[in-house]
Design a protein around this ligand. Structure first.
Ligand code: G3H
Ligand code: ZN
Length: 283
């Protein structure tokens, strides 16, 4: 059974580790992520962007696939199915109605009052269905699903208002992280991070988790992050492995053999990442 993020994130906040959100793109990717979580005895959040959901045939296809895999793979660790960067109330509602156990409503590009008001609507609906909600304050930089933007730090008072007024379960307070590759070392606002964590006492979410060095990940967890999102790195290791397979084997044409190394690379990367986040053996 899918579970919401609420319990796993509150446990992580208390235990000073982070649960990874790993974004999925297809069947093998999902199998790989679940296999890694079970092997690490770790909770996991499967992230699905609106684009990835559309690619896979819609939310119902995704949730049916995930639920079937939980059964056939005998998955016993906690698994949340989470809409990543939901762009509207309707988008979040359709994911929940299709069986997602969690959503992110990303109204961060709207004025704060509008952001809170829209987030609150999503929270009211989600909580009535037992699903959890993540909101965003400030702006994560970089490009995701074709949308590019600059970094804008989250404001502490606005973060507090979001938590108190909308009652979100997790808060993505943008503090310098970017989607996609970093050019050089990431520069995260650790001082602001600590301030927001101390003020809100709510699990914080670090977007743009790919390419952040271990010591910065550890500090982000120390300063209140209990969820870290990883997408780009998985795409990179998958593509590298498949490219190498094709380069090494000019005769291969069975698609299952072509992409098999991609799946192995995902399992390995998710397991390694869970170790860094400290979620291994925390199921
Ligand atoms: O919401 C998804 C993430 O923030 C992923 O960021 O692609 O840089 O790992 P990333
Ligand atoms: Zn993100």
């Amino acid at each position: 059974r899918l579970v919401s993020m609420t319990e796993m994130l509150n446990k992580a906040l208390e235990g000073k580790y982070a649960v990874g959100q790993f974004n999925i793109n297809n069947l093998e990717w999902t199998q790989a992520a679940l296999e890694a979580a079970q092997a690490e005895n770790s909770p996991i959040i499967l992230g699905v962007s609106e684009g990835a959901a559309k690619y896979m045939g819609g939310h119902l296809v995704v949730s049916s696939m995930v639920n079937a895999l939980l059964e056939t793979m005998d998955i016993t660790v906690p698994v949340a199915l989470h809409l990543d960067h939901g762009s509207s109330y309707d988008s979040c509602k359709s994911a929940i109605d299709a069986g997602y156990s969690s959503v992110m409503i990303d109204m961060s590009h709207y004025p704060i009052d509008e952001n809170i008001e829209n987030t609150k609507k999503v929270v009211d609906y989600a909580h009535s269905k037992g699903a959890s909600v993540e909101a965003e304050i400030g702006t994560v930089g970089g490009t995701e699903d074709g949308v590019t933007g600059g970094v804008q730090y989250a404001d502490a008072q606005e973060s507090l208002r979001m938590v108190l007024e909308a009652k979100v379960d997790a808060l993505a307070a943008a503090l310098g992280s970017v989607h996609g590759p970093y050019s050089g070392e990431p520069k995260l606002g650790f001082k602001e991070m600590k301030e927001i964590s101390d003020l809100t006492h709510t699990p914080l979410v670090l977007h743009g988790g790919s390419g952040i060095p271990k010591h910065q990940i550890e500090k982000a967890i120390e300063y209140g992050h209990s969820k870290i999102n990883v997408n780009t790195e998985l795409q990179q290791v998958w593509t590298k492995a498949v490219r190498e397979k094709l380069a090494a084997d000019a005769d291969v044409y069975d698609p299952r053999k072509v992409i098999a190394p991609g799946k192995e690379a995902i399992v390995e990367t998710v397991r390694k990442t869970m170790n860094i986040f400290g979620s291994s053996n925390k199921a």
